[in-house]
Design a protein around this ligand. Structure first.
Ligand SMILES: Cc1cc2nc3c(=O)[nH]c(=O)nc-3n(C[C@H](O)[C@H](O)[C@H](O)COP(=O)(O)OP(=O)(O)OC[C@H]3O[C@@H](n4cnc5c(N)ncnc54)[C@H](O)[C@@H]3O)c2cc1C
Length: 375
């Protein structure tokens, strides 16, 4: 007789490893499946760090989620003594009229989050590392910072295993469906696994399992540059987002070991197959995609050291999709994290487990339903 799991996690990356951990913590018989051994460089979670911002520029409906996410990251750090979160603060710099910046201010007002707002003159004085134009302003969020993404996943996987989670790594899931009794059958290249419920958290290539989702895989690159001391974390330099006058958004982290990591949120290459996610430097523009930033607001950065290629699972409105498969209440999925989902991995795992247990949620997930794309 095949073993029946309470919950099968399909894709044990950012959201999946958290789901496996919270399921194991709550005493569920959980199976974690992944096509590789997480953490790894095939998904969306490599490159060392991911930013966590609270007063959310993408919209205030994310704020309750991110505040709970932060509590859970703090708890994980405290319980495991692993250095997952660095509270460096996040400085957001943008033209005065930027809706991203103004959303940050609105989110902070609505949820009483502490922020500091600076005009260009004040910001230049406080952070001479940036060349901030007169028509810009800056908003500092001191309680935010960054997460060590691969370390966090490694911690979730190890802790889940310690708590009894079963692992089936280096295993490709081919299909997921209900049988005639409503149980979930997960078909893989290593055989079929059966669960009372399942979550699909496979990131970029979700359409292999849910073909009709409106998700566009995008190849993205991010680079590390030589950095002078005044950009280093130990000197108090914050993580940052910068929007230029043309609306393009960039992000970066305080330098560690003499290197600063910087990326551009927009752009990248739409891809349809895994092989199309070419390594860094395979395209000419990889090395130059943040030149506009380095020639204007952030001139204090040195030479390019190296870069990596990663990928986004872009939804049409760049907002998350958190839902059940249509007509299948015991198969949930999370998708469309659109390049800003890592910070939420902790709370999404907690939510998916609560939903699998049919518990009432403390969060309004209605903005994230798939049906918003129906009209
Ligand atoms: C360059 C870059 C910078 C980013 N910066 C930030 C940031 O600063 N802050 C932030 O919050 N977010 C950021 N993000 C976004 C964030 O990293 C992603 O939203 C998040 O990691 C996605 O998590 P996931 O669990 O959906 O995917 P992943 O972490 O990629 O996990 C998916 C897992 O599913 C597995 N899988 C896939 N298909 C199958 C299959 N068929 N069978 C079995 N297993 C399978 C994969 O191997 C993988 O382990 C960034 C992303 C990129 C690429």
């Amino acid at each position: 007789m095949a073993e029946i799991y309470d919950l099968i996690v399909i894709g044990t990356g950012s959201v999946g490893s958290s789901t496996g951990y919270y399921a194991a913590k709550r005493g569920l018989r959980v199976l974690e499946i992944d096509s590789a051994t997480p953490p790894h460089t095939n998904g969306s979670h490599h490159g060392e760090t991911r930013m966590i911002r609270h007063a959310y520029g993408e919209g205030s409906s994310y704020v309750p989620l991110v505040l709970r996410a932060q509590e859970l990251w703090n708890e994980l750090k405290k319980d495991t003594q692993v250095d997952i979160f660095h509270q460096t603060g996040v400085l957001n710099i943008a033209p005065k009229q930027s809706s991203f910046l103004n959303n940050i201010i609105t989110s902070a007002e609505k949820y009483e989050l502490p922020i500091e707002v600076y005009d260009a003159f004040q910001a230049r004085k406080k952070w001479p590392q940036f060349t901030i134009p007169d028509q810009f302003k800056a908003v500092l969020e001191k309680n935010s910072g960054y997460l060590k993404s691969e370390l966090a996943i490694d911690t979730y996987v190890k802790e889940a295993k310690r708590l009894g989670a079963h692992e089936q790594f280096n295993t490709q899931v081919i299909s997921v469906d209900n049988d005639e009794n409503g149980s979930v059958h997960v078909t893989t290249n290593e055989g079929i696994f059966i669960g009372k419920s399942a979550v699909i958290t496979v990131g970029t290539w979700v359409k292999d399992l849910i073909p009709n989702l409106p998700i566009q895989p995008v190849r993205k690159v991010v680079s590390w540059f030589e950095a002078p001391k005044q950009l280093a974390e130990e000197t108090g330099f914050p993580a940052f987002t910068i929007q230029l006058g043309d609306g393009t958004q960039y992000y970066g982290f305080p330098a560690n070991k003499g290197l600063i990591k910087i990326g551009r949120h927009q752009g990248g290459q739409y891809i349809t197959k895994r092989e199309e996610r070419l390594d860094f430097n395979a395209l000419k523009e990889d090395k130059t995609e943040i030149s506009s930033l380095l020639n204007s607001v952030l001139k204090t950065v040195g030479n390019l050291d190296h870069g990596v290629a990663c990928s986004y699972d872009l939804s049409p409105d760049e907002h998350f999709i958190i839902d059940d498969l249509p007509g299948k209440k015991n198969i949930q999925f999370v998708s469309g994290l659109s390049g800003h989902g890592f910070k939420f991995a902790s709370v999404l795992g907690e939510i998916l487990v609560a939903k699998a247990l049919n518990e009432t949620l403390d969060f309004d997930l209605s903005p994230f339903l798939l049906s918003r794309f129906n009209s």
